[in-house]
Design a protein around this ligand. Structure first.
Ligand code: SF4
Ligand code: FES
Length: 241
């Protein structure tokens, strides 16, 4: 089928503003949008810049805005976003992150906010002779957020970052905090509290659910944020904090 890729282009050395350019190409409906982008890069314009690595939905590097919605280009089939012959597929970089070039954004700010929740197991107690035992039920409590591939789609889609609170730490960071809050082996709740129990932390979330809608891993991001809110409220009620 014929489609036109309408791609945002931006070269910081020559362009004052980003603009769109159109690339009519021939693709199979079952091709992925990543294949279509590669076709443009390999055969039409080798200067087109975008990130990709695994090409199988594992690394999270090719998240972009396709027809207005955050998606992984490698997990999006052309037929999912182009219903008829001659359809236009509009491709833009992720939002809320500085634009580097074409579809590439600066990821540092996303990762800096993610690191603020200390996304690692904290436990200073002496290590047992064997492993820190955890039951399957305890493991299941935090299974959902372990699936995160740090693609930043949720950060891009979050309406809170549009203007209401650009300092919001972001959905992925809180989901990652929840992954450790609900890990029976972790003792880092108090260390994470100043970042989470803060107007830029969990309380900035207004339950718009956009993060949950766009997450390519199907993580219930908003639910994890609300579980984190509840654990903070419970700790306060119990007078522990
Ligand atoms: S929570 Fe989902 S959308 Fe957000 S960074 Fe992780 S995988 Fe991507
Ligand atoms: S290229 Fe790795 S997730 Fe798409």
């Amino acid at each position: 089928m014929k489609v036109t890729l309408q791609i945002q282009r931006y070269n910081p050395e020559t362009d004052e503003q980003p603009h769109f350019e159109e690339y009519p190409i021939e693709v199979e409906p079952t091709d992925r949008v990543l294949d279509a982008l590669m076709q443009v890069k390999n055969f039409v314009d080798g200067t087109l810049a975008f990130r990709k690595s695994c090409a199988h939905g594992v690394c999270g590097s090719d998240a972009m805005v396709i027809n207005g919605t955050e998606r992984l280009a490698c997990k999006t089939l052309v037929r999912d976003v182009a219903r008829e012959e001659g359809a236009v597929i509009r491709i833009e970089p992720l939002r809320h992150l500085s634009l580097l070039r074409d579809l590439m954004v600066e990821q540092d700010e996303f990762f800096a906010r993610w690191r603020r929740v200390k996304p690692f197991l904290i436990n200073e107690e002496p290590a047992p002779e064997r492993e820190r035992v955890q039951s399957p039920q305890e493991r299941a409590l935090f299974d959902d957020p372990t699936k995160c591939i740090l693609c930043a789609s949720c950060y891009s889609a979050c309406p809170i970052l549009d203007g209401e609170n650009p300092a919001f730490i972001g959905p992925a960071a809180i989901a990652q905090a929840a992954r450790f809050i609900f890990d029976s082996r972790d003792r880092g709740f108090d260390e994470r509290l100043p970042v989470l129990d803060h107007p830029d932390g969990v309380w900035a979330c207004q339950n718009h659910f956009q993060c949950t809608r766009v997450c390519p891993r199907g993580i219930k991001v908003t639910k994890n944020i609300n579980l984190a809110k509840r654990s903070i409220t419970k700790a306060r009620e119990q007078g522990e904090r």
